[in-house]
Design a protein around this ligand. Sequence first.
Ligand code: ZN
Length: 310
Amino acid sequence: MSSSTDPSAPSGHLTGRVLRVSGGVYEVDTPHGVVACSLRGRIKQKDDRIVSVGDLVELDPVEGEQGARIARVLPRHGALTRHGVSRRREQVIVANVDQVAVVAALASPDPDWLMIDRLLALADLNELDRFLVVNKIDEEPGALPAPLETYVRIGYDLLLTSAAVGRALGELEERLRGRITVLSGQSGVGKSSLLNALIPGLDLRVGAVGERQGRGRHTTVASALYPYPGGGYVADTPGLQTLALWEVAPVDLSIGFPEILAAREGCRFNDCLHRSEPGCAVTAAVEAGDISRRRYESYLGLLEETGGSR
Ligand code: ZN
């Protein structure tokens, strides 16, 4: 950042990162601590939603008052949105996200594969890095269960962790440091325990992260960033794991499934949605066992949400 970070400099701006937004108050993480901010009128008139959690902003101090006003939003380098990259300006869930960590467990709770596929697809639709964290691996793991083998074969990165016995926490730590990471997954997979283990003093109530907030069209995705020790932020985004993909164009959904994206090159029609169209290379690959039927069923389930099913 070329901007001054000295709040007393007459022409300089203090810059900071928006941690959370609530009732018109923007909590901004600055080199001088967290500052409660309002929006400057000029921005406010444009659109309240123009400032999102994760945005880097310039602040104007307010004369004689505590707090500051957000004067300008610095350019974003990406975002997690409801509908991928095509209409990025609207409905930003977290701005400037680098990666999505999808957290799952093999038991208690049993994995919700559709939810896992939904989150992985959302990452790819937004052109974000992503990896799978399979938590609660308290004992030495043997062979990977078949569904996890499938993810590895497709090319997803997999990290087997245990917050309880400290497995692979160093590796996870390394992946999170210096980046903005959305951590999402089913309730009960241990997201809070992982965060508590990685961020000393955070003290999240176990079970507090990523609680369900309704499903479908009207799912609200509130988000908050937690500063990560040594740089970076972890975003908690309750509601994300059940977010319906209704704003994704049906023909774009295969962007969220790398193995389907690769196979669709061979489809006869370039607007093929890979249901029962003639000459579909994707359904042929499913029949041949080259594409996992379970993954294909996830694709069909999500396709229905986009309005792409008949
Ligand atoms: Zn097809």
